[in-house]
Design a protein around this ligand. Structure first.
Ligand SMILES: N[C@@H](CCC(=O)N[C@@H](CS)C(=O)NCC(=O)O)C(=O)O
Length: 233
């Protein structure tokens, strides 16, 4: 059985990736939610007890008295793929595309992450979109449309939810919070992701969380105004 360490469901976009993948593919695990302790890096001394980088997510696999930690969302996905063939698409072309799109998300879209942080329960009207944010959103939209068209949808690389969808799942919450300007095909994909049972479970738990991190809250509103907050007060 795996142990998956994550942080706040409302804020932790990196945590959502392996969590939603494992839920969607029905890979069993014990969830350990470790709330952030405030500010970037503040949780390090707690997280380092189970994660060598002091960051979440971290997957711990205990087998025959041997404990293995896998501490990066992409590394976790690849570790799971060694044991579960459905983590990546079965078709070679779709798999190469999915891996490229996943890697692009892992190492790119810096402005989207920075200007539109994940804050599941909030709705924000952006004052305006910076040039860099427009570039990121245009690239995201083109990438999604390409995958949906080429592999036939409703997921990015075909008919099944795979790792590439898990990597873009946090973007679906960002798109919902900030009403990102997307094509009809991409908007339909966002709605499809948000409606998945695993995404609904994550979202409802996020709304119930009592924690409010001032850094995340300030970041959420740095380019816009709050129009709604669906979290439990
Ligand atoms: N590249 C890592 C990034 C992980 C990461 O940045 N995690 C953040 C949470 S979303 C974290 O643990 N931050 C700790 C802190 O802010 O104290 C991955 O893909 O897992």
């Amino acid at each position: 059985m795996f142990d998956l360490y994550i942080a706040n469901k409302n804020y932790s976009s990196w945590s959502l990736r392996p969590w939603v993948l494992m839920k969607a593919l029905e890979i069993p695990f014990n969830e350990h939610l470790m709330p952030f302790e405030g500010g970037t890096g503040a949780s390090h001394d707690t997280f380092i007890r189970f994660s060598p980088s002091g960051l979440v997510p971290c997957l711990v696999d205990v087998k025959d008295d041997d404990e293995l930690a896998v501490w990066d969302s992409l590394a976790i996905v690849e570790y799971l793929a060694e044991q579960h063939a459905n983590v990546w698409p079965s078709d070679k072309t779709a798999r190469a595309w999915a891996r490229s799109a996943t890697a692009e998300m892992h190492s790119g879209f810096g402005t989207l992450r920075d200007e539109c942080p994940m804050n599941c329960g909030m709705r924000v009207a952006l004052n305006s979109l910076s040039t860099k944010l427009k570039t990121d959103v245009a690239r995201l939209d083109a990438l999604w449309q390409q995958g949906l068209e080429r592999f036939g949808g409703p997921f990015l690389a075909g008919s099944h939810f795979t790792a590439v969808d898990a990597f873009y799942a946090p973007v679906a919450f960002r798109a919902q919070t900030f009403s990102l300007p997307l094509s009809e095909a991409s908007q339909t994909y966002v709605e499809h992701l948000l409606a998945l049972p695993a995404m609904q479970t994550w979202y409802q738990a996020a709304l119930e969380e009592p924690w409010r991190e001032s850094m995340h809250e300030t970041d959420t509103l740095k380019n816009g105004n709050a129009t709604a907050d669906y979290r439990k007060p």
